[in-house]
Design a protein around this ligand. Structure first.
Ligand code: MN
Length: 241
């Protein structure tokens, strides 16, 4: 039995192959897990819990099936799906967890985050993040018809793609000092996040002790998963479970 971690699946109707692969994962390998954590950007675009465009209903059903089979599923907001809310929770029978959260995996305390809040060198993005997380702004946005929300989101994505093209590579990665600070603040030696699409296991030092930061990969290139069982963990692919 293992605890499984995935992130950045970015489910969308544009990539039916990923939707099929993820649904298959929920219906097979995930059923054997102790728990499944999805650390953000499960959906490529979620514009409110009434956003019933494909593949949302199908994936919500598959998540609910997995939860009903007895596997706890915990989902964190990413920067693409931070509008997942209480109605989604109810329909999917999953629990939304805060970013950051500290969880127990076996006897190990682990910090989990999506990762975008640690990209502190990207000040434009951090300003947008702050604005878009404000309750009043969200209420206003969610009050628009779905079509108007989709138009606004498409415009924002166009701007963001253009901005990303012009930014140096390292700005898009997490800031090392922000990582150490978060791990120190939560007093952990293990940290798992996604967002950067740069899967790796990094060893570092936090408060003069050895520590580990595990970065989950995305599902655009590979079905990245972290398999944590007993005392050990392995960053691999779904076929490794
Ligand atoms: Mn992300």
């Amino acid at each position: 039995m293992a605890t499984l971690f995935v992130s950045d699946v970015h489910l969308s109707a544009q990539r039916p192959d990923i939707v099929d692969a993820f649904e298959q994962f929920l219906q097979s390998q995930a059923r054997q897990a102790d728990a499944v954590y999805i650390l953000g950007d499960l959906f490529d675009e979620w514009l409110g819990d009434d956003d019933d465009r494909a593949p949302h209903p199908r994936i919500t059903r598959a998540l609910s099936g997995l939860s009903e089979s007895g596997v706890p599923v915990r989902i964190m907001h990413g920067n693409h799906d931070f509008l997942l809310g209480a109605s989604f929770e109810q329909a999917s029978r999953c629990s939304l967890i805060g970013d950051p959260s500290v969880i127990d995996v076996g006897s190990t305390r682990v910090l989990v985050m999506h990762g975008d809040s640690l990209c502190t060198r990207d000040t434009d993005y951090q300003a947008f993040r702050k604005m878009s997380r404000e309750r009043d702004n969200q209420r206003e946005f969610l009050g628009l018809p779905l079509e108007a929300r989709a138009e606004r989101a498409a415009a924002l994505r166009g701007q963001s793609r253009e901005a990303m093209r012009l930014k140096p590579e390292d700005i898009m990665d997490v800031t090392p000092e922000a990582v150490v600070e978060a791990m120190r603040e939560h007093n952990v030696r293990h940290f798992i996040h996604g967002h950067t699409h740069r899967p790796a296991v990094h060893e570092l030092e936090v408060a003069e002790r050895s520590a580990v930061r595990i970065v989950l990969g995305d599902w655009y290139q590979q079905d990245s998963v972290l398999i944590w069982s007993g005392g050990g963990y392995r960053l691999g692919r779904i076929s490794d479970i």
